[in-house]
Design a binder for this molecule. Structure first.
Ligand SMILES: [Zn+2]
Length: 294
């Protein structure tokens, strides 16, 4: 490339940068967040104690403080026995070690609000952990947190399910109207494990509600659904929708390994990778793997 062409290329680049507002330039900076799922204190020994669960959780929390994500989402099953005071105190003690400058977003799991939530179990969760549905924002990412136990098993809480669905539509509309770069849904139950038409089971959202919600997500441009509950990893797609099911910080199932998931948010996509607790990274490299070396 000769000097004149280099100069012309530089001027062109300056011209396109000038067309961006400062807010858009900020939004284009990649950042990362960390998903912790199912610390589920008490699961290793079926509630006899929680020493192993706590050791895993401490390791994950230490990694959070070292890797300094923009935020952390704990996708449910914070404890194993709903309402257990000792398990909840231990959860709070360990999650409380995260540097206060890193926001932590709790998600309700079925072990937090019971397999079939009731008005009483929902109120108890709210008292302990705050709202079971909310929206947060970081740069151009809008995170929508749902209580998926309501969607999985609404028999005793039909009104709460309806209210959550009405609220979800409003939040999706607001995120889209606000030109969100990414609208990301966080919840405990996977929408699906292998494919969007698989049979109903303990681990996925029943088809009676699954299809309608997936259609709603598509309508508003949601592409990423981050979930837990399965105690092992599963990544599955349905068209433009990606359901990312993350293995547990706590006890794994099916020969899996405990770990954490790191997601790198770029303007056009979200990359993510699961790290087992024995191979946690020292730092997160935000430069794309295919970027040219200087
Ligand atoms: Zn669960």
């Amino acid at each position: 490339m000769n000097t004149r062409r280099i100069l012309a290329a530089c001027l062109g680049l300056l011209g396109s940068l000038a067309a961006l507002t400062p807010r858009e330039i900020d939004a284009a900076e990649p950042f990362h967040f960390i998903q912790l799922s199912d610390p589920q204190l008490g699961m290793f020994t079926d509630n006899r104690d929680f020493s192993q669960d706590a050791a895993n959780f401490e390791l994950a929390v230490n990694a959070v403080n070292r890797l300094r994500p923009a935020f952390v989402v704990v996708t449910g099953d914070l404890v194993h026995k709903p309402g257990d005071a000792a398990q909840i105190a231990e959860y709070r003690r360990i999650i409380g070690k995260i540097d206060p400058s890193i926001p932590v977003y709790n998600v309700a799991g079925n072990h937090d609000v019971e397999n079939v939530p009731t008005a009483a179990s929902l109120a108890a969760y709210g008292k302990l952990f705050g709202p079971d549905r909310y929206t947060f924002r970081h740069e151009g990412l809008v995170g929508i947190v749902l209580n998926s136990s309501l969607i999985h098993s609404p028999a005793q809480a039909a009104e709460a399910l309806d209210a959550q669905e009405r609220w979800l539509r409003q939040e999706l509309r607001a995120a889209k109207d606000g030109n969100a770069q990414h609208i990301v849904v966080f919840q405990h139950h996977p929408w699906f494990i292998k494919n969007a038409t698989e049979a109903d089971g303990y681990f996925n959202i029943p088809m009676a509600r699954r299809a309608a919600y997936l259609a709603l997500f598509r309508e508003f441009g949601v592409r990423y659904l981050f979930c837990g509950h399965y105690h092992r990893n599963a990544e599955a797609r349905d068209g433009t929708l990606e359901n990312i099911t993350s293995g547990p910080v706590g006890k794994p199932l099916g020969g899996a390994k405990s770990g954490i998931r790191v997601a790198i948010v770029r303007p056009d996509q979200i990359e993510h990778r699961y790290f087992e607790l024995g191979e946690l990274p020292v730092k997160i490299e935000l430069t794309p793997a295919n970027a040219k070396k200087p």
